[in-house]
Design a protein around this ligand. Structure first.
Ligand code: DGL
Length: 267
């Protein structure tokens, strides 16, 4: 691929969580045009019904793909991915990559049992139950669904300090697990704090790197004639961002322009 042009990748989440996936993609594929869209109007996704999720995510993503000449979509949200992937793949004729909890690698690594830390919605999904049935390799899986953890990750990106004692209380129900799956893309953003709260005996696993590798494979397969020129990474929100100044400071360090309103109205 020539260096003055590249492919356009859309990264989507309810909030800033997908930035943990973006960071892994950016490390492996620094020369792509990244466009990040977050649906903060409907945040937190972990408390939405499957029907609402399906209609919001498909409408936002499809319209963005059409208007912004997107070549590949990453649904950087476990909660949405467990519901919307089949429908989105039907609607779009470009690759759609999703993120689901890393139950398989975690179970292979665990001696005793695995903890799945995710949103309240993700732990109840049939998709998650199927992952556990097919890949937990006989290991017990303990589950915690927490929106407060998602809020803590959002706050950290806006410069706030994470309260480790509060984190410890939330994660207390995890008993015998020696491996914990960060089954929400927000959680790698507070990985160090989660590690402090759980202690070093617990290994933390997330899906970010695997997603970046998958995107790499798919990008190589895209036709090389359809190129866009390289530009700064752009980020759009469906509602005005909270503490926008502090958020933009963090985003700047990741190479993004300031948050702009989602360019398509009537979501
Ligand atoms: N980042 C999301 C996930 O991976 C969802 C967080 C939320 O909006 O509840 O599940």
């Amino acid at each position: 691929m020539d260096m003055s042009s590249t492919h356009n990748v859309l990264v989507f989440d309810s909030g800033v969580g997908g930035l943990s996936v973006f960071k892994e993609m950016q490390a492996l594929l620094p020369n792509l045009n990244y466009c990040y869209v977050f649906d903060n109007e409907a945040y937190p996704y972990g408390e939405l019904s499957p029907e609402t999720l399906l209609s919001r995510v498909s409408s936002i993503v499809v319209r963005h793909v059409e208007s912004q000449n997107i070549d590949l979509v990453v649904i950087a949200c476990n909660t949405a991915s467990t519901i919307v992937l089949p429908a989105l793949r039907e609607m779009l004729n470009i690759p759609v990559v999703g993120v689901v909890p890393a139950i398989k690698p975690a179970s292979l690594l665990a001696n005793e049992s695995v903890a799945l830390i995710a949103t309240p919605a993700t732990i109840t999904r049939q998709y998650t139950q199927d992952l556990i049935r097919n890949f937990a390799t006989g290991k017990k899986v303990e589950m915690i669904g927490s929106t407060r953890l998602v809020d803590m990750a959002e706050a950290k990106l806006r410069g706030e300090v994470v309260d480790i004692e509060e984190l410890r209380q939330i994660l207390k129900p995890i008993k015998g697990a020696d491996v914990a799956v960060l089954g929400c893309t927000h959680f790698p953003l507070i990985k160090e704090e989660i590690q402090l709260a759980l202690g070093n005996e617990v290994t933390l696993i997330d899906s970010g790197e695997a997603i970046a590798r998958r995107v790499n494979v798919l990008i190589q397969q895209l036709e090389t004639t359809k190129h866009s020129s390289i530009r700064p990474h752009r980020i759009f929100s469906t509602a005005p961002a909270q503490q926008e100044g502090a958020l933009n400071d963090s985003l700047r360090t990741l190479g993004f322009s300031p948050v702009a309103p989602f360019p398509i109205q009537d979501v």
